[in-house]
Design a protein around this ligand. Structure first.
Ligand code: HEM
Length: 418
């Protein structure tokens, strides 16, 4: 058996927070390896990177998710004991529920609502001194996602609900006061949505059958029983929260357009093919999900290294999306690279790898891409805007990270098409 390169530090949790998205790739470079072992979060962990590592990681015989996500992440980002920590038949069954809500028909219902809401925002934006795209997208996506899902939401509670969704996403890697802020946001959202599920079940709230709320309220588990109201709420939040989180990629898409104005004309005159390539490159190039974790199910060897039962293993999402063996000039933004892309499920993994129906890969990629395309099209074809001086830097050592200013637009005006 080969010795896995060991990182010498006693515990790397602090360096992980300091080096952020580059923590794993910095060490891969140092050890000239696709694998190393470190102490993280008070335990041994094996970090792996590269296409073969992604293939290995999505082999369900070798890895399980139960017990992988730290409680502090479950109490902010995921929700406790939700789909992310399930395995085997129960996981596949739960996953079908999520996949059934992501069909083209559901996607179109979401993007139609989004287009209406964006168009309705133009006059408000025209009258504002400045518009912060991150904040506006978060509110608009919350409104649209709740409406699409069948969840009632009044204008007065919109901002609080939107802030809670985004806080859950932005506090998963934190400790101390920020962590507690994340937990409060989750508790508030769970209580709210649990009440909505109970209203549906008690007949106090009528909801269309073709909606995420109906699907969660009446889903039957393998034993034929419905989810308890709290779990149904947690899983419905697992649909709503990530839709709101697309605001992050939207902000990066606007930044990409600003940094690469040469693409603007192409996007304006596009039949959606190039817009999609642009959106894919945004998902590859900019940092969002840093890595994903699982536990070894049963001892095995890989590349002559020993993986012991129960060991935590982290797959390097950001590193694989910037792996120069896979991507030519990985640190350049080049949408053209997606022109003849081969759809390999293990090399482009901003939302996980493998087959979403069989493993834990994100079921929401179709929705994410369509939402991003809709907003990008709106930004280039429906409005014009100025970009005032601001701090657009984002730090690779914060997880998750975002351009500091949130992308400020000023002097927004409606474009007179036709
Ligand atoms: C899982 C990223 C949007 C629902 C995941 C995973 C990642 C991810 C990295 C974990 C993959 C794994 O464990 O192997 C993202 C990013 C998004 C996004 C960066 C952009 C905003 C969405 C959307 C939805 C969604 C729009 C739903 C509408 C889920 C669910 C899971 C998941 C339910 C758990 C799947 C499972 O455990 O089987 N996502 N996602 N995500 N995502 Fe997304």
């Amino acid at each position: 058996t080969n010795e896995i390169p060991h990182d010498k530090s006693l515990d790397n949790s602090l360096t992980l927070l300091q080096e952020g998205y580059l923590f794993i790739s910095n060490r891969m470079e140092r050890y000239k390896s696709d694998i190393f072992e470190a102490r993280l979060l008070g335990q041994k962990a094996i970090c792996i990177s590269g296409e073969e590592a992604a293939q290995l990681f999505y082999d369900n015989e070798r890895f399980q998710r139960f017990g992988a996500a730290p409680k502090r992440v479950q109490k902010t980002l995921f929700g406790e004991n939700a789909i992310q920590s399930m395995d085997d038949e129960p996981h596949i069954h739960r996953k079908k529920l999520f996949m059934s809500l992501m069909t083209p028909s559901y996607q179109n219902q979401l993007t139609d609502r989004l287009t209406d809401e964006l168009n309705a925002s133009i006059s408000k934006w025209e009258n504002a001194d400045k518009v912060i795209l991150l904040g506006e997208s978060k509110d608009i996506l919350t409104k649209v996602a709740c409406d699409w899902a069948g969840v009632p939401l009044s204008d007065t509670e919109l901002t609080q609900r939107a802030d809670d969704f985004i806080t859950m996403v932005y506090t998963f890697g934190t400790v101390g006061p920020d962590h507690w802020k994340g937990r409060r946001a989750r508790n508030r959202a769970e209580q709210w949505i649990k009440g909505v599920i109970e209203d549906v079940r008690a007949g106090r709230l009528m909801v269309e059958e073709e909606s995420a709320l109906y699907a969660m309220a009446y889903h039957k588990q393998l034993d034929g029983k419905p989810l308890d109201a709290h779990m149904a709420a947690v899983e419905l939040i697992n649909v709503l929260r990530p839709i709101v989180a697309i605001a992050t990629f939207i902000t990066y898409a606007a930044l990409a357009l600003h940094e690469h104005p040469e693409y603007k004309e192409k996007l304006q005159n596009d039949n959606s093919k190039f817009t999609e390539m642009f959106v894919q490159e945004v998902r590859r190039y900019y940092p969002f999900g840093p890595f994903v974790g699982a536990r070894v199910r049963k001892d095995f060897h890989w590349k002559n290294c020993e993986f012991k039962t129960g060991r935590l293993v982290l797959l390097d999402i950001y590193g694989i999306n910037h792996d120069e063996r896979i991507w030519k000039n990985p640190n350049q933004f080049q949408p053209e690279r997606f022109k003849d892309w081969n759809s390999n499920p293990f090399t482009f993994i901003p939302q996980g790898g493998g087959d979403p129906a069989k493993g834990h890969r994100c079921p929401g990629e179709g929705i994410t891409v369509e939402v991003m395309k809709t907003i990008l099209d709106f930004l280039v074809n429906s409005i014009e805007y100025d970009i005032p001086n601001q701090d657009l830097n984002y730090s690779l050592s914060e997880m998750p990270t975002i351009p500091k200013s949130g992308f400020i637009m000023s002097n927004v005006r409606r474009k007179n098409n036709l």
